[in-house]
Design a protein around this ligand. Structure first.
Ligand code: PRP
Ligand code: URA
Length: 209
């Protein structure tokens, strides 16, 4: 069963509260999203295995430790996931970036795919799928299926705000994928928006409301 990890950290909670505030403008919203993505990325990569490497410091030879084996890929779900990429890449600059484009149909709330471009060697990488909002879970479930269709076996999903409905949907469809969120909110409203949430993440990032 996939685990839900709520990353409880005072700085993350504080920044998220500023983002939730309707008075916060796009510039601050974008900066805070990237800052939280970096802080969450620190926790999400905590269990990466290390290996011994031989190096020479200016003083002597030594056995040092470096991240072993598989490399990372960051995959944002367009559009809003783009707002988390810079923060994560500042932690892992060598990570490759793929893109999956999905939008929610306003009537059915079901995801519609319009774009997919992934690194050629994605199946060899640990993939961090990112999207600030996990609402019904339809977008995350479809993006995870797409990644698995491309051979990905080690995937983590990172979001900012999760609804219980979305967590249940991902856990049912992808029990092997752990979910990392900054907050678990209360429920979805009749438009499938997260309550209390932060509104439409894509619109707030790109100023399209
Ligand atoms: C938002 C959000 C997620 C999706 C979550 O994207 O960024 O991708 O909704 O909802 P779900 O869990 O019910 O699928 P949206 O469809 O608004 O597209 P956008 O990012 O282009 O604005
Ligand atoms: N997408 C968003 O951007 N916000 C929500 O609350 C739900 C879906």
């Amino acid at each position: 069963m996939s685990e839900l990890h709520i990353i409880n950290h005072p700085l993350i909670t504080h920044k998220l509260s500023i983002m939730r505030n309707r008075k916060t403008g796009s510039k601050d919203f974008r900066e805070l999203l990237n800052e939280i993505a970096m802080l969450m990325g620190y926790e999400l990569t905590r269990d990466l295995p290390l290996e011994d490497v031989q190096i020479e410091t200016p003083i002597t030879k030594m056995t040092a430790k470096m991240v072993a084996g598989k490399k990372l890929a960051i995959v944002p779900i367009l559009r809003a996931g783009l707002g988390m990429v810079d923060g994560l890449q500042s932690l892992v600059p060598v990570a490759k970036v793929g893109h999956i484009g999905l939008y929610r149909d306003p009537e059915t709330h079901k995801p519609v795919e319009y774009y997919c471009k992934l690194p050629a060697d994605i199946e060899e990488r640990i993939v961090i799928l990112v999207d600030p909002m996990l609402a019904t879970g339809g977008s995350a479930v479809d993006a995870l299926t797409k990644l698995k269709d491309h051979g990905c076996k080690h995937i983590r999903f990172m979001c900012l705000v999760a609804a219980p409905e979305g967590v249940a949907a991902v856990q049912a469809a992808h029990p092997d994928v752990d979910i990392f969120a900054a907050a678990l909110d209360d429920h979805l409203n009749e438009h499938a928006y997260i309550v209390p949430g932060l509104g439409d993440a894509g619109d707030r990032i790109f100023g399209t409301m």
